[in-house]
Write a protein of this length. Structure first.
Length: 128
DNA sequence: GGTGTGACTACAT
DNA sequence: GATGTAGCCACAC
């Protein structure tokens, strides 16, 4: 596997990515950039560099994710599945979860996009 | 130690 | 909206 990251720090970063991905509720999807923004850059990494490459690190995390991580819920910023081996299975898994694809095989992030707070469905009577 | 590359994104044209 | 380009990390060869 390519694995453009192996150091302990990066492995730890991977675990953070997986933790967030596991938090994505069924029927919702998140983008690489969205996940990247939820995770602070590792120590020693410039924020600018992180901002530019974090999405790829998330992609690397997905490439090495355990089987219990719903990697299929992680897509690119366009709301489409990044083509690769297994992309077909990814679409099937998402459809099985209730995620709908449009004519262009794209997902409407306005509907299925994950805000990052799965336990805050009621906008009322929550914190604040 | 230079070069290519990877499940990306944002901005410009 | 579809292309093209910049951004700039870590790894394999």
């Amino acid at each position: 596997m390519p694995s453009f990251s192996s150091p302990p720090n990066q492995q730890n970063y991977y675990e953070e990515v997986w933790m967030i991905v596991r938090k994505i509720p069924r029927g919702k999807v998140a983008t690489y950039g969205q996940i990247a923004k939820m995770i602070p850059p590792p120590n020693g990494v410039d924020i600018e560099a992180y901002k530019a490459f974090a999405p790829r690190w998330v992609g690397g995390a997905m490439a090495n994710c355990p089987d219990d991580v719903p990697w299929q819920r992680v897509i690119n910023s366009k709301g489409e599945i990044s083509e690769r081996q297994g992309a077909e299975r990814q679409r099937l898994l998402l459809e099985d979860e209730g995620v709908k694809f449009d004519a262009k095989n794209k997902i409407d992030l306005k509907i299925f996009g994950w805000s990052g707070n799965d336990d805050a469905q009621p906008i009322q009577s929550k914190l604040f």
